[in-house]
Design a protein around this ligand. Sequence first.
Ligand code: FES
Ligand SMILES: [Fe+2]
Length: 375
Amino acid sequence: MTHHPLSPRLDHCPESLPREAYIDPRWFAREMETVFARQWQCAGRLADFPEGQLRRLILGNMPVIVIHGEGGIAAYHNVCRHRGAELCAADRPVGKLITCPYHAWSYSAADGALVATGPARPTADFDRASHGLLPVAVRQWQGFVFLNASTAEVPLAADVPLATLDNWPIAGLSVGHLWEKELACNWKVFWENYSECLHCPGIHPELCEMVPVYGEGIMGASEALGWTPEQPVRRNLREGAESWTPDGKPCGPVFPQLTQEERQRGYSFVTVWPSLYVVAHVDYVRAVRIVPLSPERTRLTVEWYFPEATLAQPGFDAAQVASFAKTVLMQDGAAAEMNQRGLSSPAFIRGRLMPEEYEIDRFHRWLLKAMAAAA
Ligand code: FES
Ligand SMILES: [Fe+2]
């Protein structure tokens, strides 16, 4: 036995996904139908949905509208119940009614109920109550808005309990820096790269300096050969560093509710496949949102959140704080694009995962299970 039974390392080298999973429009369409239209998707922050506004979004293959009305946030399919016209062609302020531009059926913006059928005069067999807008589920967590177009009850779950970040007041933080980037890769290639550190020594010199264990090609001590649970827990960050900032120093006041262990850890990650991961530091929080645009294009939206007291510091430069993680993300983006260029060659059939890539294997099994369950 070269590794302890409690180590996350795999005891074999499984196959990766086949090439078509990364390039084939039919595979992509199946993912949109089965995963992105049926799992929770992070649609942004509450602040991205101002009160009185209607916004359009796509969940997988489903166009939806999100309305922030007096009763909070509600979402519906962007489809008229009469003959299926698109209800809303643009983001706009919303009043009491949403009226279809085709034959003027009107729905209540508060609850989606069908209120009027325009000039049409339905006969007695038409049941108005069963022709309201089709709802889309909405959930909020720490100021993030999640949508789910599935008609089944799907729990909002992450790789670790969502309560992991309970001591961070994320809902009350403000965006100090935003970075958007379109990558020439399949969305899964980005997640796979995020899920292993074998690439860290070669691709991330600055990060490996900050987090020495990454320099060993692993994400945590428990992955090392010879690790046993009795070994003392090591600090993640290099000596003297407390946060992912260019100099390792907190960029403002440290969040007061954090435990000693949370401060010591240096970062806490929560991953909500397939659309979001959140990284919480002692002084700020960062979120990365992933939206697939096509089989070989993916949009990243990265936001850095700070307390007001931090943003108000004289001379505070959020872009400078963000530059550390942005450097790492740009290195990851370039690696993902390099990976995509290679695996699109017909010479590539499928890859092989290494024991350290247990998280990629878990991701693949999650994806295939979600696709099969919905099919
Ligand atoms: S399709 Fe909307 S009112 Fe006819
Ligand atoms: Fe990386």
